[in-house]
Design a binder for this molecule. Structure first.
Ligand code: OAD
Length: 270
């Protein structure tokens, strides 16, 4: 760890009045949820051209429903079973020290589970069902329902069944209407960002004095603009990632670096 960066980060945290924590998939890696672009990442197994847009998913489902069932299983199952990790807990503990807003690209709800109260989910949330036209949340589901969906998909994988039976299987556990009006609150490639989270995120990044980017490759726009916007507005920007990247890199995992940072800044907040 670069000692200069570390002392800058500790001082930045100690003096911060408003912190924005900007998290990506790496934040939840230690909770057992795979990232997208690491060597064993999600998009290595499921090519984005087939799985990362709603149209692509439907096209793939018509010809190969089992591959879509496998994709959905691999999205749902780790999230259904995930527990918060020390990184999520450190972010939640930060609220005792400074106004803290979490801007997350993750759809797993783990920041809230750890106790963070101000969380902007700019790519949506798997635990919400929305109306496709109005984007209003029509229902929230819980993790036990996600586990049931994962179990149903696992059963489906063992049979020779059609797309229709796959949709019926999922609808037994997930409150999608029969008319195609509802879908999970997930932002896929080419979709508009989740609102009002995105508008609020754009506002807070130019108001904060410390911006901590954690576990994101910064490859997906417009989210990837946020660190530069914060820096241009005068915030100190630090980056937590096992790969040395971004402004003031603190190299290491979220679950090790964030608790240590809080400890060194405030003494007791492990
Ligand atoms: P990526 O998979 O692109 O990047 C994950 C980052 O986390 C990399 O920089 C890893 O080095 C880092 N990382 C891995 N393990 C870590 C750990 N234990 N602690 C901290 N960092 C770790 O994921 P995102 O940047 O989140 O969007 O991807 C952005 C968006 O691309 C996602 O929200 C999703 C995806 O396609 C959409 O689907 C719209």
């Amino acid at each position: 760890m670069d000692a200069h960066n570390w002392s800058m980060a500790v001082a930045g945290l100690r003096n911060a009045k408003h912190v924005v924590v900007f998290s990506g998939a790496g934040m939840s890696a230690e909770s057992g949820i795979p990232t997208f672009r690491d060597a064993d990442g999600f998009w290595q197994r499921f090519p984005p051209e087939k799985f990362a847009t709603w149209n692509g998913l439907w096209r793939t489902a018509l010809t190969d429903p089992h591959s879509v069932a496998d994709f959905v299983l691999n999205v749902v199952d780790p999230i259904a079973r995930a527990e918060v990790n020390p990184g999520h807990r450190a972010v939640a503990a930060l609220e005792r020290r400074a106004k803290t807003t979490v801007v997350t690209q993750n759809v797993d709800g783990l920041h809230q589970m750890a106790g963070s109260t101000d969380v902007l989910e700019i790519h949506g949330c798997l635990l919400e069902v929305i109306d496709r036209l109005t984007a209003q949340v029509v229902q929230r589901i819980d993790r036990s329902q996600l586990t049931q969906i994962a179990d149903a998909l696992r059963k489906y994988a063992g049979r020779q069944s059609s797309l229709v039976s796959l949709v019926a299987e999922v609808r037994n556990h997930y409150p999608l209407d029969g008319l195609g009006r509802h879908r999970p609150n997930l932002v896929l490639f080419g979709d508009a960002m989740a609102e009002p989270a995105w508008t609020k995120a754009c506002e807070v990044v130019v108001q904060c004095d410390l911006f901590i980017s954690v576990g994101t490759s910064g490859e997906v726009y417009p989210a990837a603009m946020l660190p530069d916007q914060a820096a241009e507005a005068g915030a100190t920007v630090i980056t937590v990632d096992p790969q040395p990247s971004g402004n003031c890199p603190l190299q290491g995992t979220a679950g090790t670096v964030l608790p240590k940072l809080l400890h060194d800044a405030f003494g007791d907040d492990r």
